[in-house]
Design a protein around this ligand. Structure first.
Ligand code: SAH
Length: 343
């Protein structure tokens, strides 16, 4: 049995044709699930009865369990318990322009970035398409809000779960699915280069963000093991390819870590690497966790770093902080819960 929320437009058409229905009936299934919000086969009202009966033999309506919500004015953080007992986190950010949701793609992560909580607890498994969809649906329905932006920047490396990520994006951007504009979705990767090329060549208009965090291989190798396999020059080349192919800007995320990657010389190096391209830098304040020794850069260094990039005509922004007070840095809530269970 498959969760009905894993049904992509393409898979729905294939299913219908192979079961003796018309591919065009897919729209009714999607309308029932996403526009009408049916949570059981009995509640489907647009879909023909004989099709509902066929669907009920092959699919089920998945339920999502929320174990904990940490809420503050601007941010709410949800800890979900999956059907096999694994945990994931989703963060809702209430912003002036709308509601942005940061979703997870894996339970745990194998990339091992030194500053990140998610990686401390290795990947347990990939999330299914439906588990990504449910993070959005659950929050839209329980909070009675519409999500206007999605960042795929929660727990996990999205390009390490590429097929399911693409299935999720297909439903998210499908008019009868979540109906989101692709330009309102951003996928963030630590730099799995072959997938960046694949994603650029795929017919999709989602945004790409790359967790760069250092301007040279020496520094990046110490922070992000993935750099040993996919070095920085190749990564920047891939980012530029994406930018040219999709005619989009590409965001380079850069966590400011005191004494590690925040000197003026490093800012100069970063500007050189970027050159005259459509890559732009987002400076992120480090969100300290109890488990490592990194410290966030002070205001003066951030400002100086920012000024160097500006002077060199590199596009640069500073990220407004959300969720620090909530333990909302990547994977912190999940990591706390797993420890509690171990005790
Ligand atoms: N694996 C993907 C997406 C998940 S991480 C990626 O690496 O891009 C999402 C972003 O949060 C990344 O830029 C990551 O480096 C950053 N991040 C992780 N831990 C953080 C922390 N403690 N403070 C600030 N940003 C953090």
């Amino acid at each position: 049995m498959t969760s009905i929320y894993s049904l992509t437009p393409i898979k729905a058409a294939e299913y219908l044709l192979s079961s003796g229905f018309k591919a065009s009936q897919a729209d009714n299934i999607f309308k029932d699930i996403y526009a009408f919000g049916a949570c059981s086969f009995d509640e489907m009202k647009y879909t023909a009865r004989e099709l509902v009966s066929a669907l009920s033999k092959d699919f089920y309506f998945e339920k999502f369990i929320c174990e904990e919500i940490c809420d503050s004015e601007s941010t709410a953080k949800y800890l979900f318990k999956l059907s096999d007992g694994n945990y994931i986190e989703t963060v809702l950010m209430r912003q002036e322009f709308g509601n942005a949701l940061c979703i997870s793609t894996q339970s745990g992560c194998n990339m091992g970035c030194k500053f990140c909580c998610s990686g401390k607890l290795k990947k347990l498994r990939d999330l299914t398409i439906s588990e990504m969809i449910m993070q959005v649906l659950y929050i839209e329905r329980t909070e009675k809000i519409k999500i206007s932006n999605i960042t795929v920047m929660g727990i996990g490396e999205p390009f390490d779960n590429y097929e399911n990520l693409c299935g999720f994006l297909d439903i998210a951007t499908y008019g009868h699915g979540l109906g989101m504009g692709a330009k309102h979705i951003t996928v963030s990767t630590c730099g799995l280069i072959p997938k960046i090329y694949e994603f650029a060549d795929r017919d999709n208009n989602c945004n790409l963000a790359i967790s760069l965090h250092a301007p040279d291989n020496e520094t990046r190798n110490t922070l992000m093991p993935v750099n040993q396999k996919y070095p920085i020059e190749e990564l920047i080349k891939a980012a530029k390819y994406f930018s040219g192919k999709r005619n989009r800007k590409v965001l380079l995320e850069y966590i400011m870590l005191e004494g590690i990657n925040d000197s003026k010389e490093q800012a100069e190096k970063l500007a050189e690497l970027i050159g005259d391209s459509r890559l732009f830098v987002n400076l992120i304040p480090y969100n300290p966790s109890r488990e490592d020794d990194f410290r966030r850069s002070n205001e003066e260094s951030i400002r100086a770093f920012y000024d160097v990039l500006k002077k060199k005509n590199v596009g640069v922004t500073r990220r407004r902080e959300f969720g620090g007070e909530l333990n909302a840095a990547c994977g912190q809530l999940r990591s706390d819960r797993i420890k509690k269970e171990e005790v």
